[in-house]
Design a protein. Sequence first.
Length: 198
Amino acid sequence: MTRCPKRNVFTDASSAILLYKADLFAGLAETWQVVMAPAVFSEITKSGYPGADFFKHLGRKTKNRAPVILLPELPSSDSPLFAQKNFIAMGKGEKETICLYLRSTCRAPEPKGTGAFILVDDGRAVKICRAHQIPFINALLVPKIFWYSGGMDQKEYLEKTDRLCGLGRYTKTIKQMAEHFSKEDLDYFIGGNTHDRY
């Protein structure tokens, strides 16, 4: 599933853990460049957390390879967004994720298939993304994007989606929305990440 160049996906902790449990995180990292905020990486690598050693390994630079997960320093920001009540109410990981996204992306139109986005499964962060037109998806849409782009067949897409539904706390409405997203609806996230087979 390797694409070139890779687009940045800024992920929160709950999404990363859900994808790890559903055996989808490796595919995520092969498809996009995973970027994590310090608070997110710290949370998912705590002793006893599902996949803690797996994530530590991916965040480590070795002699033969760069880290799979990029761990940039957190920027300081005086954006008016950070004074908003709904932003302040979010968890530290989600705040830092949005900070990193805003610092790392320009607001100019990007060519198809090059745009960064946020992967988030936190309701308050979703509201911020919607309010500020930040492109985002939740973990439940990852198998569908892989299917639409040709990296996964329909049977596996359905199995992985069922697995995520069992693992996550998705409402009936969220599940129905995910089910009804068309390829065109998710085109921004698929972009240039299409395979030859469909």
